[in-house]
Design a protein around this ligand. Structure first.
Ligand SMILES: Cc1ncc(COP(=O)(O)O)c(C=O)c1O
Length: 379
């Protein structure tokens, strides 16, 4: 594959990490027509586009229901509320994740209990039982970067201790284990449509997927200040966190292209793998677990040279992401218990996400590869 890319001359000044305007230009006709349809009818809140997107999303994930929300955070937050997680309860979360996973637990009044991750960046299943107490009520496995946590292993533990499972699938729409989609394993699945996600909107958005009708009804009411929209009855003090109809219209169009864009991501990942596998100081995100499917929302590798490596890429025009340099539990204001998480700490020094968007040109892929190789030739 890489050999096919070999013909380019590298005249590139910058490879962006993502460039939402490129997708817009590709889908412009459809997105513009969706915009004009919604605007000309004034269909802004809780209309057909939202219902249609929810139905398509549920089908795509493989659940009975999907409920569109304002953000991935809201999906986590309402999931925990739907499962009656509250003050006095403990919820297991990975030490390495985006902070929102943990904040959702804190904001329902429960206590997050952090567990270190394994080499694949996801929660280390062998370390979960050590922290289970009488107060433990739920686990939130996070499927980072397009690669799922070990759901068969996690469900076994959940069953043994009677725990609820909320999947944080915000980074992994389209991923699966043995053909069962991310977001279809737990009591709920939580998705984010933040613009840079694998299915990105034009503003933030999120959704809960579930097979449990009572959870879907709860989330539909709570996203609308607790109101049942048909009867006008309030079923509790709720929130304002409905997915906008306009965003739903855009997401519906982009969802159609998701299988095609996942193929492109896998192609880019295979190009990176083919020519970057021979550097012992680089740990690439290819894990080869039977039945597991990586959709590469992010191509997050580990470099022993840490910031020296990522700075070199940045200084040579490759925009990379290094947002996890300081683990969230080390931020004092979050007031979390740091029990020592060696894998999380080691990876925090080393992580670097290479550009991995479907709109990358072959020339840009080659430029990224050449820049990484030129760094390692100097080492
Ligand atoms: C793993 C993870 N959890 C939760 C979230 C929260 O999603 P949002 O930004 O839509 O609230 C994100 C996205 O940023 C995420 O990557």
């Amino acid at each position: 594959m890489f050999r096919q890319l070999g013909k380019f001359h590298t005249m590139i000044s910058k490879v962006p990490f993502v460039d939402p305007s490129r997708v817009y230009n590709k889908l412009k006709e459809k997105l513009d027509s969706a915009y004009f349809e919604v605007m000309s009818r004034g269909d802004l809140i809780d209309r057909g586009q939202l219902k249609s997107f929810e139905s398509n999303l549920a089908t795509f994930v493989g659940t009975k229901y999907a409920v569109g929300l304002n953000s991935g955070y809201d999906a986590l937050h309402l999931s925990l509320r739907a499962l009656n997680i509250r003050q006095g309860d403990e919820v297991i979360v990975p030490a390495h994740t985006f902070v929102a996973t943990c904040s959702a637990v804190v904001n329902v009044g429960a206590t997050p209990v952090l567990v270190d991750v394994a080499r694949d960046f996801n929660i280390d299943v062998d370390k979960i039982e050590e922290v289970i107490s009488e107060k433990t009520k739920a686990i939130i496995p996070v499927h980072l970067s397009g690669w799922m946590a070990d759901m068969p292993g996690i469900l076994k533990i959940a069953e043994k201790y009677n725990l609820k499972v909320v999947e944080d699938a915000c980074q992994s729409l389209g991923s699966a284990i043995n053909g069962i989609g991310a977001g279809a394993w737990g009591n709920t699945g939580c998705f984010s449509f933040f613009p840079f996600k694998i299915l990105g909107g034009y503003g933030d958005g999120g959704a809960i997927t579930t097979n449990d009708e009572s959870i879907a009804i709860f989330a539909r009411r709570m996203r609308y200040n607790g109101e049942d929209r048909e009867t006008g009855e309030y079923f509790g003090h709720g929130f304002t966190c409905l997915l906008d109809n306009l965003q739903a219209a855009f997401l519906n169009i982009k969802l159609d292209y998701l299988p095609e864009s996942i193929k492109r991501r896998k192609y880019i990942a295979s190009c990176y793998k083919e020519v970057l596998s021979d550097f012992p100081d680089l740990l690439l995100p290819h894990y080869n677990r039977v039945g597991f499917d990586h959709v590469y929302q992010n191509y997050t590798l580990r470099s022993k040279q840490g910031s020296e490596f990522s700075d070199y890429l940045k200084n040579n025009g490759v925009e990379v992401l290094t947002q996890f340099r300081k683990p969230y539990y080390k931020h004092e204001a979050l007031n979390l218990m740091d029990r020592g998480f060696p894998e999380t700490e080691a990876l925090s020094r080393e992580v670097c996400s290479l550009p991995m968007s479907v709109e990358l040109t072959d020339e840009e892929i080659k430029y990224v590869i050449d820049t990484v190789r030129s760094f390692y030739k100097k080492h």
